[in-house]
Design a protein around this ligand. Structure first.
Ligand SMILES: Cc1cc2nc3c(=O)[nH]c(=O)nc-3n(C[C@H](O)[C@H](O)[C@H](O)COP(=O)(O)OP(=O)(O)OC[C@H]3O[C@@H](n4cnc5c(N)ncnc54)[C@H](O)[C@@H]3O)c2cc1C
Length: 381
């Protein structure tokens, strides 16, 4: 087995790391305080080619492997989880279904500009009454003339306030369970589409989140993304990637919180010595570092698996579960190492603690993931 990264991957990671240190980390606190979509940094990420990293050159992408993509997400998340989440939406969930199941015209008009940062895409599945229970959604898509009419209400939609296009989950057949779910391309400006209330959040505050209202929105027939009835199956193909990518987000945040803890523990003097010299504090650092390294091994292994063409949903679920719970553990310990200063808004420890909570929801909550992992293991994987 060879666990080493290629020279190209190491070089690329270093470039993203430097960009993060120079442009993202210094802006992270202000982004958090303002709680607004960071248009300028978004454009800077696009200019660096980050949005097209995992897409083929035919649409202006870089055709990089998934592990390289995860390295980028990890580095960006070390600077700001909010910004990294925005990038993740733009490069995976918000564009993938349109890229794979849209028409050539959609790819030219929406995906290519999105990869240049000129258009913003997002995905709208969750509803006020249906989150984990995606099969229960009540947004309906009904045939009408040469297309479909969509009606319903979506909740928690990342970047909806600024998005140009949405991959919206709707039921085409309410009696068919998961096979009745499909995704539709809906575009800003279509009559009946409106962005509702913006949600004030605990963390990842610069990643705007809001309701989305579909009131008899007509979309042409070719806006059905994929064959009718295949929406849930098509989502499954990227869910594996979403879970591993979320693990990479967790690595970045965990590393930032660990680094801050080490720095602080060496600077802070109590009883005449740096607190890092006390075993109780040193053991915290050791535990944080050990769990983070275990999470990193899982994320890289799962990403590498995807690059080998394998789709191991169980491994992806384990990866998301372990890495995001680890990030929450580290962020919690970080605020303890900081003592009361971990409670002060002027230090970053509290932001890591708040932002880490976000990792626990999208792509499956820890409770749902444990249930799925147990079921998969019982079934012999
Ligand atoms: C910042 C942010 C951004 C988001 N962005 C998007 C987006 O862009 N697009 C989108 O579609 N969604 C988005 N989401 C929504 C996210 O995917 C959902 O919040 C997630 O699927 C969980 O759904 P829920 O919050 O309704 O929780 P619920 O499903 O109501 O769960 C509540 C609790 O019950 C537990 N639970 C539920 N069912 C079970 C079960 N069967 N067994 C055991 N425990 C169970 C859960 O684990 C959880 O602890 C976002 C969420 C956040 C916080």
């Amino acid at each position: 087995m060879d666990f080493s990264l290629s020279t190209e991957q190491i070089r690329f990671r270093e470039a993203v790391r430097q960009f993060t240190a120079r442009e993202i980390a210094p802006a992270a606190r202000e982004m958090d305080e303002r709680g607004e979509f960071p248009h300028e940094l978004f454009r800077r990420c696009a200019a660096n080619g980050y949005f097209g990293l995992r897409y083929p050159e035919s649409v202006g992408g870089m055709d990089a492997d998934f592990l390289t993509y995860c390295l980028m997400i990890e580095e960006l998340a070390a600077g700001s989880l909010a910004l990294a989440s925005i990038v993740a939406m733009q490069t995976l969930m918000g564009t993938d279904l349109v890229f794979r199941f849209g028409t050539d015209e959609h790819r030219a008009r929406l995906i290519e500009p999105a990869l240049r940062g000129e258009k913003i895409g997002t995905i709208a599945m969750t509803e006020p009454d249906f989150g984990s229970d995606l099969g229960g959604i009540t947004t309906r898509a009904e045939r009408s003339g040469e297309g479909w009419v969509l009606s319903g209400r979506k909740m928690w939609i990342t970047s909806a306030t600024v998005a140009d296009f949405f991959s919206v989950a709707a039921k085409t057949d309410p009696d068919a369970g998961f096979k009745g779910i499909d995704f539709f391309l809906v575009e800003k400006g279509m009559p009946g589409l409106s962005v509702g209330r913006r949600i004030e959040k605990l963390g990842v505050r610069a990643s705007e989140t809001s309701e989305l209202i579909l009131d008899d929105v007509f979309v042409p027939a070719d806006h059905l993304l994929g064959a009718q009835g295949a929406g849930f199956r098509n989502l499954g193909a990227i869910l594996t990637q979403i879970r591993v990518m979320t693990g990479a987000l967790a690595l970045g945040l965990g590393q930032a919180a660990l680094d801050a803890s080490i720095r602080y523990a060496n600077e802070r003097v109590q009883f005449g010595k740096p607190i890092a010299t006390y075993q109780a504090v040193a053991h915290k650092i050791a535990e944080m570092g050990t769990r983070l390294e275990a999470a990193r091994t899982l994320v890289y292994r799962a990403a590498w698996d995807i690059d080998q063409g394998r789709r191991d949903n169980t491994l992806a679920s384990m990866t998301k579960l372990f890495a995001t719970e680890t990030a929450n553990f580290i962020a919690d310990e970080c605020t303890r190492v900081f003592g009361s200063y971990g409670f002060a808004m002027e230090y970053d420890a509290q932001r890591y603690y708040r932002d880490a909570r976000f990792l626990l929801y999208g792509g499956g909550t820890s409770e749902i993931l444990r249930t799925m992992i147990a079921r998969d293991l019982a079934g012999g994987r």
